[in-house]
Design a binder for this molecule. Structure first.
Ligand SMILES: Cc1cc2nc3c(=O)[nH]c(=O)nc-3n(C[C@H](O)[C@H](O)[C@H](O)COP(=O)(O)O)c2cc1C
Length: 302
């Protein structure tokens, strides 16, 4: 049996597979299907200081190999999470609290509230589905540096993961900006902005008009972006985007990721994250890889 443990920012995960933010709630519903303590961690739904109802429906549109979503950060607010979900989740696995804000001050406040309570804070500066906040902070290197610095100042003891948007000019420049701002780790990718049209009505399918594209179809673009980010910074990388199998996860590790997140695949197969974690172990055994961490960054270009 391969050693599946990985260390991310000094924190040990029992394996490198983490359900991605927004596709796993806070883990409770999935824990009724399988024991989520078998996962490396759980990335929570994006938390904001106050509860949010999100966007009106329709909020999800299916297409070939991908979905579009415009949920709009529906969540019960950080206080509700701390009171009702955090202790339960911490008893199971590593907790990655995904957070968002509308202003720099809000990003600072929510990080301060979670400081020392969770294993990691993942800064969502890349949500394409909210008018305030979200992607406005995550497009230009200057604002990425600034929001990262504010967040880190407010959570000096908690490892800070900055989640990058793929809807940008330069992944290397943005990864470096996060590193300069004081990030401890980088995760990518969030969703790609897309548009799905109901041709009978000649209108967008989603109420929000545009939505974020995720799922199997985005994988090659995400792998390329993870590779670029890994080359640009010294920080560890958490890779995601279209992972549906253990072999997909191996691609992200070889491209430079230390751990991976599984998003949309949890919707098509509720056991996907667990199957990928177990499949990764089998893959390592079949390929005589004694430690999964040996795979990180082993891609050799032609
Ligand atoms: C319905 C839905 C909701 C999401 N909500 C969040 C969120 O709250 N915060 C965040 O950082 N990313 C969110 N994401 C993005 C995912 O965490 C992930 O970055 C993206 O879906 C790419 O991975 P995938 O192709 O495996 O789904 C959401 C994605 C989906 C499909």
């Amino acid at each position: 049996m391969a050693d599946m443990r990985v260390t991310l920012c000094g924190v040990e995960l029992k394996n490198p597979v983490i359900p991605a933010s927004g596709t796993f709630g806070f883990g409770r519903e999935y824990d009724e299907i399988y024991d989520i303590s078998r996962l490396g961690g759980v990335a929570t739904k994006g938390l904001t200081l106050l509860p949010r109802l999100g966007n009106p429906t329709p909020r999800i549109a299916e297409s070939h190999g991908v979905i579009l979503n415009a949920v709009g950060l529906q969540n019960p607010g950080v206080e509700h999470f701390i009171e009702h979900d955090l202790a339960w989740l911490k008893g199971k696995t590593r907790v990655i609290a995904n957070v968002a804000g509308s202003t720099l001050a809000e990003y600072g406040e929510i990080c301060a509230r979670l400081e020392g309570l969770v294993d990691f804070i993942e800064l969502n500066i890349s949500c394409p589905n909210v008018k305030c906040g979200g992607m406005t902070f995550g497009v230009k290197p200057e604002s990425i540096r600034e929001v990262t610095a504010v967040a880190k100042k407010n959570c000096p003891r908690t490892p800070l993961i900055v989640k990058l948007s793929p809807n940008v000019e330069s992944i290397p420049a943005n990864a470096r900006a996060a590193e300069e701002g004081g990030a401890d780790c980088i995760s990518l990718v969030n969703t790609f902005t897309g548009l799905a049209i109901d041709i009978e009505r000649r209108r967008p399918i989603l109420f929000n008009n545009t939505g974020g594209v995720s799922g199997a179809g985005i994988k090659p673009i995400a792998v390329r972006m993870v590779y670029e980010a890994a080359k640009a910074v010294k920080l560890p990388i958490v890779g995601m985007g279209g992972i549906t199998s253990a072999e997909d996860a191996v691609e992200f590790l070889m491209a430079g990721a230390t751990a991976v997140q599984v998003g949309t695949a949890n919707f098509t197969d509720t056991r996907a994250s667990l199957a990928i974690a177990e499949g990764l172990n089998d893959w390592c055994d079949r390929h005589l890889v004694s430690r999964v961490s040996e795979l990180t960054g082993t891609l050799k270009l032609n």
